[in-house]
Unconditional design. Structure first.
Length: 501
């Protein structure tokens, strides 16, 4: 029974079809589990009895889930007032939560395929604070029209007077040519390995793992071991490429980046699961051009927002802060400039290089990592079997040149600069990051100098901020140059570290 406070004017319920959604989702889960459970029970009970028990169990599971969600629906109310947004829910343990409207920074809409078919969305209202669930309210689900109404009403603020003449409305839309960058990302080999592991796991579940291994062995019975391994790796990579293409299409189909009146950047995307993510420009502190190695070799980069309050938790995707997927580098710089309302993106600024001592440090670290397994194999080869000596030589021939190339590339990627009202830092090789951070967004500096850095005349300076990753570092700069960079970026913070002649 609803309390009086929940039955007054302005209180609304979630969409009544939430019970149907829960029943259908539970039915899908039950259907997926039915096959292995039926196979497992058929050995004892026979197929007819096993199917009967599985159907009965599925019906009970669906009924319990639907009943529980019906109670949740009956006991959930929300209200948007002039000053606060309230959410009351719970039966035995009633939860009453409230967010001040002036602190709301995001209203994100998400809809998986079933919600899209039924015309509903899940709404997540956040304050942009890193305090877990206490800083967010989730309405799951409401109608799409209600979700859009909430988003417009809660983010409708007067324009903040941002400088610049960059256009409003649509900033970028999907270009299908960008899909060519999906196979060169690290997702492809990961999905390939997952596919191979999935085949083995499923075959184990159905008791056919031995048959699968024997079948593969028969295919390569007359093939040299090296070529058999190469073929299997290539097959896994092909599967990974196909998976990466499918994942990219699902994530970025219907992509649009828009600037809305009132100073909000909105990203909309998704083929099966639609997503609408909003970032207020007034909490935008910069952008980060991210270039994974394969994407960078293809001449592309993606644009991430450096903004306060972009939390990452189990309910959010890792790319929640991405404003532009991997696209040609020139376009990425152009979009970064549009987002920041700058004539030219600071991510394209000419950077100050770092001393050769920084290259030596990277070479030493890379060679240590590459040679450690080689030395282990040499020792074991001397003690146990000469075969390990040959594998050690093969590892050295492959790993040492790769390590040297990566170390040199990591050194060449180092750089820092001041570009107008932004400080720019760049580092990384496997994942190169060029971060342009508003100097006004820096709340402090951390200066680190290890014993080895001190001997080489180097140090690392880190700009700390409440936005994005929280810290952006210029690694292994010249000691005096790094301190000057930090002092010029935010005058007044580092004078105690500077020598006064």
């Amino acid at each position: 029974m609803s309390t009086a406070v929940d039955s007054g004017p302005g209180w609304r319920r979630l969409h009544r079809r939430t019970v149907l959604v829960t029943a259908l989702v539970t039915a899908g889960v039950a259907a997926g589990a039915a096959v292995p459970v039926t196979v497992a029970l058929s050995g004892r009970l026979g197929y007819a009895a096993a199917i009967g028990w599985v159907l009965a169990g599925a019906a009970l599971l669906i009924g319990c889930a639907a009943a529980g969600d019906y109670v949740r629906w009956r006991r959930t109310r929300y209200r948007v007032g002039t000053e606060r947004v309230d959410l009351h829910t719970g039966l035995l343990l009633v939860k009453r939560r409230s967010l001040a409207r002036e602190r709301i920074r995001s209203v994100d809409l998400t809809a998986h395929p079933l919600l899209r078919i039924l015309g509903m969305v899940s709404v997540r209202i956040g304050t942009g604070e890193h305090s877990g669930g206490d800083s967010t309210l989730t309405l799951d689900p409401v109608s799409r029209a209600e979700g859009e109404r909430l988003r417009r009403e809660l983010l409708d603020r007067a324009a903040s007077g941002a400088s610049g003449t960059h256009r409003e409305g649509e900033l970028a839309t999907l270009d299908l040519r960008w899909v060519r960058y999906a196979p060169v990302s690290f997702v492809a080999p990961m999905l390939g390995g997952a596919a191979a592991g999935g085949v083995m796991q499923i075959s184990e579940w159905v008791g056919a793992q031995g048959e699968v291994i024997d079948w593969v062995a028969d295919r390569f019975r007359d093939t040299p071991l090296v070529w058999a391994i190469v073929t299997l790796v290539v097959a896994a990579l092909v599967a990974g490429v196909v998976g990466a293409l499918g994942l990219w299409i699902e994530m970025w189909w219907n992509y649009r980046l828009e600037r809305e009146p009132g100073g909000t950047l909105r990203v909309r995307r998704g083929l099966f699961t639609s997503r609408s993510l909003s970032v207020e420009e007034r909490r935008l502190r910069g952008v980060d051009l991210v270039e994974p190695l394969g994407v960078r070799l293809a001449g592309a980069a993606r644009v991430d927002a450096i903004a306060t309050g972009l939390t990452k938790d189990e309910e959010r995707h890792a790319d929640h802060e991405t404003l532009l997927p991997a696209a040609p580098r020139a376009l990425a710089d152009s979009i970064a400039a549009e987002v920041l309302r700058e004539p030219v993106s600071p991510t394209g600024a000419s950077l100050t290089g770092h001393p050769l001592a920084a290259r030596s440090r990277r070479l030493r670290r890379a060679l240590s990592v590459a040679l450690a397994p080689v030395l282990v194999q040499v020792v074991l080869g001397v003690l146990l079997t000469p075969v390990l000596l040959r594998t050690a030589l093969a590892c050295a021939v492959v790993s040492v040149p790769v390590a040297v190339l990566l170390a040199v590339d990591a050194y060449r990627s180092l750089g820092h600069a001041l570009s107008g009202s932004y400080l720019v830092t760049r580092s990384g090789t496997v994942r190169r990051s060029t971060a342009a951070l508003q100097r006004a967004g820096v709340i402090g500096w951390t200066v680190k100098q290890s014993w080895f850095q001190r001997r080489a005349g180097l140090l690392s300076v880190t700009a700390t901020t409440a936005a994005g990753g929280g810290a952006y570092t210029a690694h292994d700069t010249d000691a005096s140059e790094g301190l000057r960079f930090a002092a010029d970026a935010v005058p007044g913070l580092l004078e105690p570290f500077l020598d006064r002649d």
